[in-house]
Design a protein around this ligand. Sequence first.
Ligand SMILES: NC(=O)c1ccc[n+]([C@@H]2O[C@H](COP(=O)([O-])OP(=O)(O)OC[C@H]3O[C@@H](n4cnc5c(N)ncnc54)[C@H](OP(=O)(O)O)[C@@H]3O)[C@@H](O)[C@H]2O)c1
Length: 328
Amino acid sequence: MGGHLSFPRATLPKERIVIVTGANTGIGYETAKWIAMMGATVILACRSEERAKEAMTRMNAEFEAEKDRKTEGVVDYSELSIEFMKLDCASLQSVMDFIKKFKESGRQLHVLVCNAGIALHKQAYTAEGYELMFQVNYLSQYLLAAHLLPIMKTSGEDCRIVLVSSEAHRLSEFNLDRIQGKQFNEQSFGRMLFYGNSKLFQIMQMYSMNRRLLNSNVTVVSLHPGIVETEVTRNFKDMTSMSLLLSVSKFFGKAKNPFEGAETSINAAVNSDLKGVRDVYYVDCKPSNVNSLARNTQSQESLWAYTQDCLKKGAFLPDDIVKCLEGE
Ligand SMILES: NC(=O)c1ccc[n+]([C@@H]2O[C@H](COP(=O)([O-])OP(=O)(O)OC[C@H]3O[C@@H](n4cnc5c(N)ncnc54)[C@H](OP(=O)(O)O)[C@@H]3O)[C@@H](O)[C@H]2O)c1
């Protein structure tokens, strides 16, 4: 691991339930695999059953290899305690279906890692009418957290919501009038700006939620995983400047592999020293500063109200969930 910070290799009980969204590849794959290899039960919340099942097979094969190597912190189960549950963050209805199924399982929930994301997508709107990156990266995972919060609040001490944001949150604006970008056309739509906004909103969500969760067993943190070589580039292969930036990062050895990219998420999810720690944005497993836009309490509250309006419109946020969200 070299001299850099990583996560402690501590054993986790199988009864500790962790959901990782977008766990079939990239940072989410490594996050889910390592948390499962440390003993917890991990639910892979993914949109493609086929990709998730392939990922689970690969995780178990890699687990066998780690056991053979006697890697520190890896449990000796015959198979990882991992499961697939369908979740498409481009559909609020799919999020509701996931929530219903999870609730029916009667399980506790200790950690929710909101990792699924798309970057620099061209202008596109979901069936529910929201800008695609806004919905996939932020709105859907806010909805997921909102509905799972009552379960987390009754799941015992030290429950955590981990929001995988990005340094791209610095390339953002806070302007509710154009939050959906409908004023723009394909040419004028700022793909980096709208990606950055979705990542800014996750950090703002962290502050707003924590304000309401003070004195509870649930904490919310956010993080930047680093520049990581994953499939994240799939939506901006046509953008030569971005592709060039990534090539330069690789050339100078700045790009991380997916395991290195997952270390900050894993640490935020499992490090027992971080119990009760909230309102932190981690980079390389260390607290880091955030853009001042993200810290503006008035903007955080405006976004909170706007988000709830979006969700109440489709009846996705019933009164009991709002009450729980508001800390009542
Ligand atoms: N890589 C980087 O340099 C970097 C830097 C900063 C932040 N991040 C953040 O890190 C997170 C993980 O990214 P990554 O680099 O690992 O990217 P990735 O390799 O593209 O993985 C993204 C994951 O999100 C899933 N996903 C995408 N759209 C979804 C949807 N509609 N519903 C459910 N799942 C969906 C993908 O599933 P499918 O395979 O089915 O598409 C995949 O599992 C993202 O939030 C990203 O913004 C990445």
